[in-house]
Every structure is written in C-alpha cells, then in structure tokens.
Design a protein around this ligand. Structure first.
Ligand SMILES: [Zn+2]
Ligand SMILES: [Zn+2]
Length: 836
C-alpha cells in the first residue's frame, strides 16, 4: 500500500542546489514504473545531487530503470540499499504541482505512482535500453561437454531446449567472453527469454544491463555566416546573400537546395567565411503550409457571451469550471481559440485537449495561423524524439499554447490559466491501460490545483458533465444555434423491420436512402454514409454445425476482410486464412454474414457506378496523412460519396455534404452495456451534425431496427435535454453514474483455473465486506470471456460514496496481494467506460 509519508515533499529538498548549504541527504525514495504501490529507497552516492521531481537511473532486479525521485531523506531503511547509478535531471522534470497531480491520479485510479509518472513524462527517447550477455567459464565447459557427448540422457530439458541452449553457448563462445547485445543474440539463435533466464540460473551466462540516459535532442546542420569579406564568385555571393538575408543562420539543407554547385558551401567553409554547426532541431514549425484564410473571430451573440464568461473566469485567477454545450456547427472551436489567444496575450498558458482523430495537419495549420510559434502540437503520429523535443519546448516556456490528445493534459506549462477539453464526451480521453485515467477528469483536477479555468465543450455532453453543470458544479453555457443561423438537418427515421417486411429481404441500404443518395448525386452534392463496423463480413457461420469462426486468442468472431483475403480479429489482430470449409465439422456450407464498411462501399459502387466513392476506417487510414488526404479530397469536391466508421462522425467541417445516411449505427443498443444508449445518441447526433454545414440545408436518413428506442427518437429530434432526462431516470433506478461511483474489477489469466480460483477468492472477500456501503456484482464471466489469450471474470462495484468505493478497492488489492494474485492480473478500472 502506498503510504502518504513516502511522498511528503519538503521545500528544502526541491530547492536543493548551489544556494542551499544543507548537506545532501543520504537516501532518496524513487517511484519506479513497476506494478507495485510503493517507492523504493536508494543511497545517494558521493557527489550526486538528485532532486525531488527529477529522474534518476537505478538498479532494480537485475535491470536498470529510470524513476522519479519523490523524497530525499536521512532515514536509514532496515534493508540494504543500493546506490543511485546516475542522476539524469539536475532540476525537476515534474514540478511540485505535477507531482501532486500524479499522486492524485495514483490515489483516485489506484495506479502505481511510478507508472503514473512515466505516463506523465513523454521522455522515453532519453533512455536507451541496452542488454548484453556473455558466456562464463561454466558455460564454456558445458559447451565443450555438449560438443563431445551430445545431450545428456538424464536432462529434464526437451531436446528442443537443449538444442537452443547449445546454439546460444556456441554463438556466445565465438565472442570469447565479450558482451553480445540481446537483439543480436536473439536474432541469431531464436532463443526465448525464458530459456535465457534458465541458462543464467545455471550460471552459464551473465546478463548485463548497460542501459543509460542518452541525449535525445535531434540536431540539424546549420550554416553560420562568420564573415562576408573577401572576393566571392557569383555562386558564393548568392549563398552569402541568402545567409545574410536570413540573419546569418540557415539550415545547411536549405543552402544545398539553392541553384549553385554543391561544392560552393564547402569552399566557403574552408575559407572560414561560413561555419557548419549542429543545433537542436526545432519542430515548432509544422511541415504543412498554413492555410490562407485565417480564423476570423466574427462572433454571434452567443459566442460573444461564451467568450466573455471564459475571459472573466481567467482574469479571476481562481478555479472555475464551464460546460460549453453547443449544437454541431455552432462555432465552439472559434471560442476556444479566441479564449486561448487572450490567455497568450496575458503572457500565461493554456492547454486544448482534442480527441484522437481531431488533430489533422489542416487543424495544425490553423493553430499556427492563430498562435504562430507559441503553439506545441502533441499528436499520436509524433516519434518518441519529436515528443520529447516538444515537451522540452513547453518546459522551457517557448510554447505556451499546447494542443494535443489525452496525455497533453500533463504538458509542463507554467502559469496555467485555461484548460479546454473539446468533445469532452469522447471515449478516447480514457486511457485503457494502467494508469486508467480520464483526461477530462484529470483536466478538471489540474485546473483546480492551478486555480485555472476548465472548459468542457460538446454538442453531446456526457451525462456526468451535464449532471455536474445542472448541480452548479460547472457553469452551463449554451450555444443553441448554428453559425450564420444555418438550420440543423432534418432527420428522417427509416424502420428497417418494415423495410424487410415490404421488400421480403434484408436490406443494407433502404429504398429511401438509395433514392435520396441518387437525388444528391444528380445535384452534384455530397453524401456521407456511416456504418460503424469495418471489414467485409463480421461473421462467418457454418450452416451445418452452427458454429462461428472465432479468434484463437479471443472469444470473438473473426471478420472477413475481402480485399486483403483474410480473416481478422479486431481485438488482438490475429489473422487466419479465409475458410473454404468449416474448421469445426468440415462442412462446405460456410456463410459470410452481415455487412461491414468494406462491403458497404462495394454495394454503393454497384448502385452508383458513376459516383466517386472513398472509404474512411482503420483499414484505409494507416497513417495520419491518409485521413487528411481523403477529407481534403472531399472538401475539394473530388469525391461524391464518403463511406466510413465513426471516424467520419467527428468534428469535420465539410460544407458540400448535404446528406448523411446512417446504416446500422444502432448495433450498440443490443450490447449489454449501461452506456449503450448514451453512446448511440452521441454517435447519431455527431454524424447527423456533418450534414448541411454549408449554404444548402442538410438531411439525415437514419436506418434503424430500434425505431422506438429513446436514443434514436431523441437523436432524430436533436433533443439533447429530452434524452438526458430520460437517461438520467434509468441511471438513477439502476444506481449507475452519475448517481454512483463505479469501478470494474477484472481478473484475468491465460490459465482458466487461475482465473476462476482468483475471482472466487476475491468474491468471498467481497462477500465479507458488503456492509460497507458498496454494491458488488459478480464474479461473473466478462461479456468477452476470452481476450488476447486471457480468460476474464469481473466484478462491478457501485457506491454513492467515492471514498467508500476507493477504500474497498484498496483493501481488495491488499487482499489480492496477500493471496499471491499477481498485481498485473487484477485490473481495477475506476469510472470504467466499458464493462465488456
Ligand atoms: Zn461446421
Ligand atoms: Zn483475437
């Protein structure tokens, strides 16, 4: 268990440096990225000066690891302590406020604090992992004996393992006791880590960890003008002029792209007129060209009001929360940017969080337009080095405006005035691995700690946020109209059960939708069709034995991907050949059922052979640019029809789209998940919001098998409040959030017996604690019983008191440790979004 006193940070220790005359404490406690709820004590060697909030390199279980110093002290621990290997940061990388935020996350989400700190610091590029092996004398002996007598008959090892061991010894023997890098050894001998571990136990090998910090700063060669004196020929003069015009400093690459011989620069360097130096590369300037049209903050009354409230909040220098509920197309983004710009003008900092798919190069270009070099953009396509580089720019105060996905909430800005969470309901803000934090909730806490303003924006706020606003925890600000008084699109619901009765067969595209698409194509308007399921056919079924073709590692049906000629598991990535016969009974009667986005695209091609059609889903979008290319083609009018998964539903502003068709977006309503209705309502509203953003009013055709479901009904009427009231009733009856705090506890193991035994043990323990005001459901088989080879059982915990929930979870984890259930096999997901 983590004890509070491990983290008491004293002012003196953080201030340690040349101004302090206190002697360096003898020990430091380090939070390491391991699944243990504790910090580890190391001795500070002579001359080393670790700081609280700075990283150190330490030995941990035959490895070297970087961790964050959480305390310096002189309390001698009872056990023998090892020395800190080296101090990486002379000053804190996590300041007092971020350390505090990290501790809050560790406590709230029951995550090991070392793993939280690792998540907060995107500095993996500054540490190089190097593992090496060398052969020992006993190893040489074993190699020699094996060579003479072959394998020993009494060995418990399999012949395969013996052969591998021999290969390893033979390979290392060739290096005569020299250290060999792990990658080289493993690729040459195909040895597994477990066999290597066995050989170390037998003292045949020595493993050494030579991992070390490395300078990750990317550099570029820069030409410096030293002197312009002396006689120059025309080419040389051109180079010198270019340099002089740029203030005497230009990337060497730029000079080499001029129309002069490549040797000219070399000549100038030899003559001492130009010097070439290595400088840290600056990635602040996006590689895409800025768009020509700048943002014009030409606001309607509602936008002006929202901006004024935001600015008042910022000027007050104390915490306040706002929920900006604006319909799709109401101009929320412009309000964010204007708010951030006033923060920048005041010399303070702001963070804008956006969902994963939102950060396209076009958006980046817009941001550069508004903020110039003062913006740092953190998106998922950055390399580790680029990420570290941006982090340092922010830390140095060069970029005060930070825009990024989930983890940008940890950006090390100084004097934080404003955090905005755009599309705050978006599920990508929740990290689905340890630490399982929700960036929106962390943003609120960070703003509280920093006396800053937090703005949550959405057309479809989460039930939790809207509930908080109604309870006056946040100020509710409404943007009820679209910009320029454009109307919201008309929504027509098509009942697919009726369609089936009338046509006599299962339709993917209803007659109504087909007619509406045809009409738009004739008028040269654009159409989007959403089907939130990728692949060609989601199910392959045997008509003889009735079994589905499932993934080897998961209890999930494999999806047929036609173009790639394979079956794919969408959960673990497992692939298999497309079956010609049933794998269970050999029958030839295998049927490919259902429709995914790939098949929908094919169907539309067949129906509208003249139309230019593209598809957006995770199969067609491998990289950031793919997404951007397709959207800009749509924007330029080079496409008539765009098919896609929920990717097409989010935040794009394409003016030519006048019709949105929704096919099978209500699948989620059939899932055993209490958030299914909310998610469906959000998706339907968001995708409907893509229609009619230009001059021509839009229309939405919503095909559904759940015609009477309130999520469908309210989405069709653009009635958020109606949906919200109805859904709250349900949540209240069922004691679900926002009426209670909820956590999912998942017990997993690739061994079914272990999974059953462990969940049984925890179940008994929960039985004994029921009186503590926490409802516990389970253990039950998780809806997806097997995932990535693990068998999964779960408990759902609900309590009106978050404190009681947290206490129970903490005690449960302590009990699990006592029962020797590995910490990595019990997953605690506080405020879980998925109970699957
Ligand atoms: Zn079969
Ligand atoms: Zn799988």
């Amino acid at each position: 268990m983590q004890s509070k006193d491990l983290y008491s940070v004293t002012g003196a220790s953080t201030q340690h440096g040349s101004l302090s005359f206190q002697p360096m404490p003898e020990f430091c406690d380090v939070a390491l990225p391991v699944p243990l709820d504790m910090a580890f004590t190391y001795r500070v060697p002579e001359g080393a000066e670790p700081v609280v909030g700075g990283r150190v390199l330490v030995p941990f279980r035959q490895q070297r690891m970087t961790g964050v110093v959480v305390e310096l002290h002189d309390r001698k621990p009872a056990v023998v302590t090892k020395n800190v290997q080296s101090v990486i940061d002379p000053s804190p990388v996590l300041d007092e406020s971020l350390l505090r935020l990290g501790r809050w996350i560790a406590d709230y989400y029951l995550a090991p604090v070392g793993e939280v700190f690792r998540t907060m610091l995107p500095l993996a590029a500054e540490f190089k992992r190097v593992i090496g092996y060398r052969i020992t004398e006993p190893g040489q002996m074993a190699l020699h004996l094996a060579g003479m007598s072959g394998s020993s008959a009494r060995s418990r090892r399999t012949p395969d393992e013996q052969a591998t061991e021999f290969r390893v010894l033979d390979y290392l023997g060739g290096f005569d006791g020299e250290l060999v890098r792990e990658e080289a050894l493993r690729s040459a001998t195909r040895v597994s880590r477990s066999v290597l571990a066995g050989m170390i136990r037998k003292k045949w090998l020595i493993r050494e960890d030579l991992s070390a910090p490395q300078d990750a700063t990317r550099t570029v060669r820069v030409a410096l003008l030293k002197s312009a004196e002396g006689k120059l020929n025309a080419n040389q003069q051109a180079l010198v002029d270019t340099l002089a015009a740029a203030g005497g400093k230009v990337p060497a690459e730029t000079l080499q792209s001029l129309e002069v011989p490549r040797t000219t620069l070399g000549t100038l360097v030899r003559r001492g007129l130009v010097e070439i130096i290595e400088e840290p590369a600056d990635f602040s300037v996006s590689r895409t060209k800025p768009r020509v049209s700048p943002f014009e903050f030409d606001f309607n009354a509602a936008q002006k009001f929202a901006l004024a409230r935001l600015q008042q909040g910022v000027e007050a220098h104390k915490f306040s929360g706002m929920l900006l509920h604006g319909v799709t197309g109401s101009g929320k983004t412009a309000v964010y940017l204007a708010g951030m710009r006033s923060v920048l003008e005041a010399g303070r900092s702001a963070i804008l969080l956006v969902p994963e798919i939102g950060l396209t190069p076009a958006v980046a270009a817009d941001l550069h337009q508004v903020f110039g070099d003062e913006v740092a953009i953190l998106h998922s396509a950055l390399s580790d080095k680029e990420r570290a580089e941006q982090w340092h720019r922010i830390k140095r105060g060069e970029a005060r405006m930070v825009v990024g996905t989930r983890s940008a909430v940890f950006a090390p800005v100084a004097d934080l005035a404003l955090i905005i969470v755009d599309e705050e309901h978006d599920a990508s803000y929740k990290q689905e691995e340890t630490p399982r934090y929700h960036a929106r909730d962390v943003a609120v806490m960070r703003a509280k700690m920093a006396d800053a303003v937090v703005v949550l924006g959405s057309a479809t706020p989460s039930l939790e946020s809207y509930f908080n606003a109604k309870k006056n925890k946040y100020t509710l600000i409404e943007l009820p109209d679209r910009v320029e008084r454009r109307p919201l699109p008309e929504v027509e619901v098509v009942d697919m059960r009726l369609e089936f009765q009338e046509t006599g067969h299962e339709q993917v595209i209803s007659r109504k939708l087909a007619a509406e698409i045809r009409e738009r194509l004739c008028r040269r308007e654009q159409v989007m069709v959403l089907l939130n399921r990728r692949g060609y056919s989601p199910v392959v079924l045997c008509r003889t034995c009735g079994k589905k073709l499932e993934c080897q590692n998961c209890a999930i049906a494999l999806t047929h991907h036609k173009r790639e000629h394979k079956m794919v598991c969408h959960y673990c990535g497992y692939t298999a050949a497309v079956p010609k016969a049933c794998v269970h009974c050999g029958s030839e009667y295998v049927y490919f059922l259902g429709t995914g986005s790939e098949k929908l695209e094919e169907l539309l091609h067949g129906m509208f052979p003249q139309a230019r059609i593209a598809r957006l889903d995770r199969d067609t979008v491998r990289r950031h640019e793919d997404f951007e290319r397709t959207l800009s083609a749509l924007n330029e009018g080079e496409l008539d029809l765009l098919v896609g998964t929920q990717m097409i539903a989010k935040g794009h502003d394409i003016h030519g789209v006048t019709l949105v068709g929704v096919v099978g977006a209500d699948v989620a309503l059939g899932l055993p998940d209490f958030r299914a209705a909310e998610r469906t309502f959000q998706l339907l509203t968001q995708v409907a919001g893509r229609a009619g953003r230009g001059q021509t009013p839009g229309k939405v055709i919503l095909q559904t098998y759940f015609q009477d479901h309130y999520a469908v009904q309210y989405a069709a009427k653009h009635d958020f409040i109606g949906f919200y009231e109805k859904e709250l009733q349900f949540r209240s009856w069922m004691h679900y959030p926002p009426y209670s705090a909820l956590a999912n506890v998942l017990v997993r193991s690739d061994n079914l017996d272990d999974a059953l035994r462990w969940s049984g043990l925890l179940g008994k323990w929960f039985d004994a604690t029921r009186h503590e005001g926490v409802r516990v459901l389970g253990p039950a088989a998780a809806p997806i019983l097997r995932l990535k080879r693990d068998y999964r059982y779960h408990f759902v915990l609900k309590s009106p008191s978050r404190e009681k929930l947290n206490t129970t979870l903490r005690a449960m984890l302590a009990h699990a440790t006592q029962q020797k259930i590995p910490r990595t096999q019990v997953i605690v997901d506080v405020d879980a979004l998925w109970l699957m």
